[in-house]
Design a protein around this ligand. Sequence first.
Ligand code: GLN
Length: 193
Amino acid sequence: MAVTIGVLGLQGDFALHLRSLRNLGVESGMVRSPEELNPCDGLILPGGESTTFINLLKKTGMFEALASFGKKGALMGTCAGMITLSKTVVRGGIETLGLIDISVERNAYGRQVDSFTGPVVVDALPGDPEFEGVFIRAPKICSMGGDVRALGRAGKDIVMARNRNVLVMTFHPELTDDTRIHNYFVKEMAGKR
Ligand code: GLN
């Protein structure tokens, strides 16, 4: 089945997600309005700045559109995109979509090591489970509800998780040439609704 994947293009590094999807040969397009979301089987929320995302989602009517899309449609969030999809932000007080039952802490690695790369182990990937994790002012997943399962770990930290239709990660797979995580989202989630 051919699937169409949108990438939220209001702010942040959406262009590189489109590149990953193009490299996989997946039909894709930028989404900036509820109308552009309609034909999509799945949507990726990129990294950027979560407070800015929330403001722009509200201004464009996309906050409500995503809340309703997220009841069935497949969603993937990286970094700020993950924060936007989460249920709670600890010490945050920012309103989020609450489409995946996780609590997150923003900028959780502090200033000293605010950006780094390191190995992530993702057992759900075919072949070598190791994936290069690019972390940029990354959040941490602090807790997860019962319908959420861990998919990726970096040391002791859970850095990738999913529920039925929402996939999140604290790192940036679109900054590598490795398309296996995008492929997982397209095939195992957006393609199996
Ligand atoms: N620190 C950003 C935030 O809190 C996320 C950074 C990123 O998306 N790379 O929203």
